[in-house]
Design a protein around this ligand. Structure first.
Ligand SMILES: Cc1cc2nc3c(=O)[nH]c(=O)nc-3n(C[C@H](O)[C@H](O)[C@H](O)COP(=O)(O)O)c2cc1C
Length: 191
């Protein structure tokens, strides 16, 4: 019988930009045969943790606020301590993505928070296997992984434009690629 895996994207977005990134992650995850993916808002997930029990992979997404995850996403993290008590997410595949206004914006802090969180839960963190896209004269703002991340998918949305404009296409494509990578990892990891 062909293996099927379930991927859940748990995300928060205050103003819609990270939601656009989450939707690209979702589309990428669903683009892989035998992978079924869905989005869960972090507020909803915090109150309905049982919906995550059957997931083979959970992808965490948050805007970077003050150099780390947003308060609603942190509330989800803290709510999951009841799952931690039972180590209920052990061996699930994990990944993370974040979006902020500045080029750096201290986004690495957000992904580090998420990866430590995943490790506390005994999850298996999967990074982004794309080379940096804009760190030489051969690169550009249009390149995949223009933000040069390796822990997960990063996006940058200029502070004064709406989610219909930013994050730009390159960041959406990077998110799509990362979503597909997580589905493939879940399929390889699933028993
Ligand atoms: C409370 C708050 C804190 C923020 N902190 C940062 C930050 O540390 N670094 C950064 O580059 N942008 C920061 N921003 C900008 C957001 O990351 C950026 O606008 C992002 O696109 C918002 O995503 P959202 O629309 O999904 O909420 C902050 C915004 C808010 C509202």
């Amino acid at each position: 019988m062909v293996k099927q895996v379930s991927i859940i994207v748990v995300y928060h977005s205050g103003y819609g930009h990270t939601k656009v990134q989450a939707e690209s992650i979702l589309e990428g995850a669903q683009s892989v045969d035998n992978a079924n993916a869905k989005l869960l808002d972090a507020d909803y997930a915090a109150a309905n943790l049982e919906e995550l029990a059957s997931a083979d992979a959970i992808i965490f997404g948050s805007p970077t606020y003050m150099g780390t995850v947003s308060a609603p996403f942190k509330a989800f993290m803290d709510a999951s301590s009841s799952i931690w008590m039972e180590q209920g997410w052990t061996d699930k595949i994990a990944g993370g993505f974040t979006n902020s206004a500045s080029q750096s914006g201290d986004k690495t802090g957000t992904l580090q928070t998420m990866s430590v969180f995943a490790a506390q839960h005994g999850m298996v963190w999967v990074g982004l296997d794309l080379p940096p896209g804009n760190n030489s004269t051969a690169g550009s703002e249009e390149a995949l992984n223009r933000m040069g991340a390796s822990m997960g998918a990063m996006a940058q949305s200029l502070a004064d434009v709406g989610a219909e404009v930013n994050p730009p296409e390159s960041d959406r494509k990077t998110a799509h690629y990362y979503g597909a990578r997580i589905s493939k990892a879940a399929l390889r990891w699933a028993k």
